[in-house]
Write a protein that binds this ligand. Sequence first.
Ligand code: SAM
Ligand code: SF4
Ligand code: SF4
Length: 349
Amino acid sequence: MFVSVPPVYDTLLDALRRPLRSLRISVTDRCNLRCAYCMPREAFGRDFVFLRHADLLSFEEIVRVARQAIALGVRKIRLSGGEPLLRRGIERLVEMLAGLHDETGRPIELAMTSNGVLLAKKARALKGAGLARLNISLDALDETVFQRICGSDAPLAAVLEGINAAQAAGFAPLKVNAVIKRAVNESEILPLARHFRHTGVILRFIEFMDVGTTNGWRLDDVVSADEILARIDQEFPLYPLAPRHAGEVGKRWQFMDGGGEIGVIASVTQTFCHECDRLRLSTDGKLYTCLFASDGADLRTPLRAGEEDAQLRQRIANVWGGRRDRYSQLRHIASEASARKIEMSYIGG
Ligand code: SAM
Ligand code: SF4
Ligand code: SF4
């Protein structure tokens, strides 16, 4: 399908009339953890073959793609992975992306999602390089549960220090994301809520999703956002907050006693495909239009063949213009489920 590139001040819409607003970039497919719901050790063991360095997009290539995506409407860029802090020189990429502006001269919003293990040493440099927002993933406060769910003997203290360092560096509000899996860490819902109340950290619970093909997902293992909220509300009454903007995936709640904000991302039980505005760039330069896609559009080959910016932009516009994805809305229809879904660590969660 051919879509003419609109002038940069127009809105590029996909086939279901959703605008392109957000770009997620996976900067590495490697990780220092092996979370059971993402990169289970059985599938990502010692002999797993990760991408070679030469296969990764260079920082310059990433920035070229980002520039063209911004010209087509992207206003938010999130660095993810794998674990983004494992990519050598990540602060330099942050600095390069933080310098990008939209056509009105406004800087784009640059964010990162990290497991926090290496953050204590890097938080200040990331802030200094221009990173605006940081989400840290933490699924448990009990060391045994933490190490079981993250499939690693990484110390919980390292993540907690990372969170402190990020707050000290000025990331505010800092978000902490917890994926809840039935019978694995549902016991951590209340301890997490208690721990982060009155700290300025916004804790958000994410429903366990069927990304990739290795995490053994079953609907029975999903603890719904409603159930999570009900459990918290029993101890700490909550009231809902209005969304701040269209396309906000997290539903926001406030502790009635002034303990701060809390959120849920109900990607399984309350799908938000109808306002999904995210494009994803994989570690090796493929564009994906859905977290649950099986095929991506290769940008690395044209980038390395010296394609001009205008052609590159046209290529991205074509991918977005032809987009019809709404996997989460169709999840229950077996024939729509893709058997070849790519892994989250590769596409960038
Ligand atoms: N390594 C970094 C981290 O863990 O924050 C960034 C990449 S990780 C793939 C991004 C986010 O995806 C994390 O918050 C993680 O908890 C979430 N995630 C991974 N697999 C998931 C799944 N099956 N269901 C829901 N969320 C998932
Ligand atoms: Fe690594 Fe993040 Fe996936 Fe956990 S969720 S295995 S930390 S990429
Ligand atoms: Fe967006 Fe795909 Fe998730 Fe729907 S399933 S919200 S289209 S990434």
